[in-house]
Design a protein around this ligand. Sequence first.
Ligand SMILES: Nc1nc2c(ncn2[C@@H]2O[C@H](COP(=O)(O)OP(=O)(O)OP(=O)(O)O)[C@@H](O)[C@H]2O)c(=O)[nH]1
Ligand SMILES: [Zn+2]
Length: 339
Amino acid sequence: MSRYDLGTDDPRVKVRPGKSSRPRSKQRPDHSKKPVGMVIGIDRGRYQVIMADGTTVTAIKARELGRGSVVIGDRVHVGGDISGQKDTLGRIVQIQERDTLLLRSAEEGQRQGKPKPIVANAQQMVIVVALADPPPRYGMIDRCLVAAYEAGVRPLICLTKSDLADSTDFYAAYTPLGIEIVTTSVTPEKIEGLSQLLPKLGNQVSVLVGHSGVGKSTLINAIVPGANRQVGEVNAVTGRGRHTSTSAIAFSLPAGGWVIDTPGVRSFGLAHVDNETLLAAFTDLSEVAVACPRGCKHLADSPQCALSTWPGQVAGEEQKYRQARLNSFRRLIASRHVE
Ligand SMILES: Nc1nc2c(ncn2[C@@H]2O[C@H](COP(=O)(O)OP(=O)(O)OP(=O)(O)O)[C@@H](O)[C@H]2O)c(=O)[nH]1
Ligand SMILES: [Zn+2]
């Protein structure tokens, strides 16, 4: 006879295990039958979840899920009140397995900890780059590309402010890498390029990343009616956008699909990415590196690294371009180790 089988039919005798007789996890109820929704907003411990029928529910998170465990884009099972009525609260009880997960290592200067999840289930990363004011930062773009490849998210570069500068050089640098690029310009006078961009956003989840001031908010306002993102200048003192304290949010596009804005995520720490993954993001370099000795670290002082002689095989502009690519790759490797 087991310890809990009291052998009685008396309903007053409650059959229940003693307090610490079993690990807690085994007592957890199965939540997988609870309705599912997608997390589209997170702000100070409150989660906005859009359910399959289109109802938006405000929810809190079950404590056992842990801190920072639910991110924007997550598909979650929700219990509690899911009516979506004012002053009601649902409760996120379980997170579904993620298709993709965008991660970022701890910021520079912070102690290196576990990489932080930022966005789940995005299929596409739109790297927003201004052609001028501020000018393109190639190191930043490379970082985003690595983070995208590492997360299993397809990159798309969206050039903005084409009214201010020419995009020929940019296309010359990134088209050979097989990365899709679209060019836009959104000014009070004229809007251009959205007919190129919009079809690429349809019926999927895209996450927008980009440095402060490149025009992300302007772009979102132009493609999402009523989005009302604040547009402004970069703070000259802190060098940061004003959005740093605002939280991530997903916008539904009129023609289907979602765009996720990630204010405060300006770049990606890549400490969690290994050398080979980093190299794979540089398709041109990875083809050259097959000739490297086994275990090559691909650094400037790595003996017989095939990458070192690659720029010198050509002359002129092409050589400069190769050297810039190589420098960018090696800078990323180096920066990863100081983070
Ligand atoms: N000339 C020109 N200016 C633009 C364009 N897009 C945005 N801007 C301007 O660039 C500045 C920054 O735009 P935002 O949309 O606030 O940039 P953001 O990327 O959202 O910046 P944060 O809010 O700091 O993240 C604003 O003054 C915009 O009016 C463009 O296509 N052409
Ligand atoms: Zn090498």
